[in-house]
Design a protein around this ligand. Sequence first.
Ligand code: OOG
Ligand code: MG
Length: 255
Amino acid sequence: MDKLERYAEILDSAALHARATPQLTHTDPDLSVADAYRVQQLSVDRRLARGERRIGVKMGLTSRAKMLQVGVDEVAWGRLTDAMLIEEGTAMSRARFVHPRVEPEVAFLMKAPLAGKVTAAAALAAVEAIAPAMEIIDSRYENFKFALSDVIADNTSSSGLVIGSWNDPAMDFSNLGVYLEIDGEVKQIGSTAAILGHPLRSLVAAARLVAEAGEEISVGDIVMAGGITAAPNLAPGQTVRTTVQGLGSVMFQVE
Ligand code: OOG
Ligand code: MG
């Protein structure tokens, strides 16, 4: 087994058993971003081989609040599978995760493929709908600490997503107020403008990055645009809700 396959197996099994693992860059400080994306692909391939289905992509570190929280200041992407979906309004089990956090986001549903260098107008034309959403991130690394290559190899911490109701994208969603509540208390506030200045820029970046890996954003894909605020920790018993002005709200519980 080559080095990258070994890393993919380590990260896949850390996710599968909800057990933290040391950062790859502790023993392999020169792990490149390109190799890290290859590890990500190999580890997601292991999930697909177990019967999971690819449902789209996630963008990460697209807001300043997120970059500051984890100390990595480059946009990264990851792959979403159906096993990560948590149905809106239901409960997720804390025990399935190492140290989960939640992020308020918006999600795009795609009606046309998108890949490579595209304009914001072309990206918008490929969007079927936009929804309020939350991502559950759960770094497989000890203490939720990582360098850029680590987090990319770890599928950009992706581990769950919850999508609210889909809205017509024919509205100005560049600067919508967003708040995240836990047990009815507002914990984070922000705006969709926190996502690279406009959520569409995240979709434009996704098209470019995915194409660099020889893939595309496909019809029916979900694209998570990236966390709008810093991500609070999750604990059993919590009710978590995100509201995006004009798009509605989305909730789940932790058990
Ligand atoms: C990295 C993933 C960040 C986002 O939306 O910015 C991310 C992390 O914070 O663990 O998903
Ligand atoms: Mg995220």
